[in-house]
Design a protein around this ligand. Structure first.
Ligand code: CTP
Length: 448
């Protein structure tokens, strides 16, 4: 019996897939089809898969050509499968010509001619009109956003707004955008969605203005410095059926999503304590160190450290206390925020003027999870137990600057895939705004 194997995402199943499977089956007697998981696709840069794995498998089965369907979830699996299933022929479409020549050491490799003018990417683009994004603010983070958006299909960054027109124009020239303006209303007229990357204290105002103009909003952290402002924004977005997402990029990256899943699976027993630290020594002349009202370690990096705390311990803490080391101008060089929960506790450490070990430790009744610096770009973490010999290691890809993951989820949600919202919910974002509010009100009243 001649055994054939082929692989693909088979998203939005189309005639090109059908023809490929038909001809693959005709190459032998028994056809195995490997369908990729969403996570594997993400790790190789395919960020916009629409159909679920179940649906994609079902579509392959319905053709009647596959004698067996398997799931492909890691690099190197093709070579394993070919040996494990004693495959005679490995085949894929001609768009891959040459890419799998290395498989010739195991079996025959056949590149089948690709069906012209059809692909999942073309269908995705037709089904979902391209989303035009305008960037508000043109500072450091905005310069990372535009190149990252290029990795996500279905979006185009077309414009930029900055009250300083010259900065907007420079930014627009650098990234070849269509429009540079100092007037947010002009930008809002030209887009379907905005990415807000302006100074922190302006986030709420711009987000509100964009939502009122019926535009989707991806807003850099912190979304708001007051709980009621964040609540108001989410209520406004819900009322107008718009997507509002706070851009804490860690929340959307595959490694962190896996870490949260494992922590919540019971692998370390009941979670009792979360300790998260993020410090970066900042230039004394920069906004982080000079902005007396909104600068400092906690407003700068607290969103990062609060994320795992709020996600794993919940939004319902009983006590919250801040201790800070202040600079001469009153901004916090280093802040510890200590939480007490009904069944546990948590500690956030953040700083712009004190350096510490940037790690995330999640402690449970059976073991703990350790994610070392830079845990916020989650690529690796360990699950450890009482027995030091027992250690589970988890690796995950984190591509580029990582902003592509939040952009991909933002786009998917605009396209109606609300099931992505679990990665960082409105309730969690509101809770973080509530913590920020407590911190700033303590600062104002001199309680720190
Ligand atoms: N394929 C084909 N003809 C097409 C499209 C795909 O023969 N017009 C083949 C691919 O070469 C591959 C298999 O179908 O062997 C599964 O491809 P997949 O990557 O899932 O489909 P694409 O439509 O190419 O997806 P995308 O646009 O996301 O890259």
């Amino acid at each position: 019996m001649k055994k054939v194997i082929t692989y693909g995402s088979f998203d939005l199943f189309h005639e090109g897939h059908y023809h490929l499977l038909k001809r693959a089956k005709a190459l032998g007697d028994y056809l195995i089809v490997g369908v990729t998981t969403e996570q594997y696709d993400e790790s190789r840069g395919k960020l916009n898969i629409v159909d679920s794995l179940d649906k994609r498998i079902e579509h392959v089965r319905q053709t009647g050509f596959a004698d067996e369907v398997i799931v492909e979830d890691h690099p190197g699996q093709k070579a394993e499968d070919v040996q494990k299933f004693s495959i005679d022929i490995f085949t894929v479409g001609s768009d891959w010509t040459g890419a799998f020549d290395y498989m010739k050491q195991y079996c025959k490799v056949v590149y089948l001619e690709r069906t012209k003018n059809v692909s999942s990417t073309i269908i995705r683009t037709q089904q979902y009109p391209i989303i035009r994004i305008g960037v508000i603010g043109s500072g450091r983070i905005a310069t990372r956003f535009v190149p990252e958006a290029k990795y996500v299909s279905g979006v185009i960054v077309n414009s930029v707004c900055n009250p300083c027109r010259n900065s907007a124009e420079k930014f627009s020239e650098r990234f070849e955008l269509d429009l540079a303006t100092d007037d947010p209303m002009v930008l809002l007229d030209a887009v379907d969605a905005v990415y807000i990357a302006s100074p922190h204290e302006t986030h709420y105002g711009y987000a509100k203005q964009a939502l009122e103009s019926r535009k989707h909003v991806l807003c850099e952290k912190p979304l708001a410095f007051q709980k009621k402002e964040a609540e108001e924004l989410y209520a406004l977005a819900a009322a107008k059926k718009l997507v509002l997402l706070e851009a804490i990029k860690t929340a959307y990256c595959p490694g962190f999503v896996q870490l949260v899943g494992i922590a919540k699976s019971g692998a370390i027993g009941r979670i009792c304590d979360v300790e998260a630290c993020f410090t970066r020594l900042a230039d004394k002349k920069r906004r982080e160190c000079t902005d007396i009202k909104y600068g400092g370690g906690f407003t700068e990096f607290g969103s990062h450290t609060l994320l795992p705390i709020i996600k794993l311990m919940g939004t319902d803490y009983q006590e919250l206390r801040f201790d800070s080391i202040l600079g001469g101008n009153g901004i916090d060089l280093y802040t510890k925020a200590s939480f007490v929960y009904e069944n546990g506790m948590a500690l956030s450490k953040s700083g712009v003027g004190v350096k510490s070990e940037g790690q995330l430790v999640i402690s449970g009744t059976e073991g703990y999870i350790l994610a070392e610096s830079p845990w916020w770009l989650t690529q690796y973490f360990e699950v450890r137990y009482e027995d030091p010999g027992k250690k589970e290691r988890y690796f995950s890809k984190f591509l580029g600057d990582g902003l592509r993951y939040e952009i991909s989820d933002f786009v998917a949600m605009i396209q109606g895939h609300q099931n992505r919202a679990f990665k960082f919910t409105a309730e969690e974002s509101v809770a973080i705004a509530g913590v920020m509010e407590r911190f700033l009100s303590n600062r104002q009243s001199g309680k720190q």
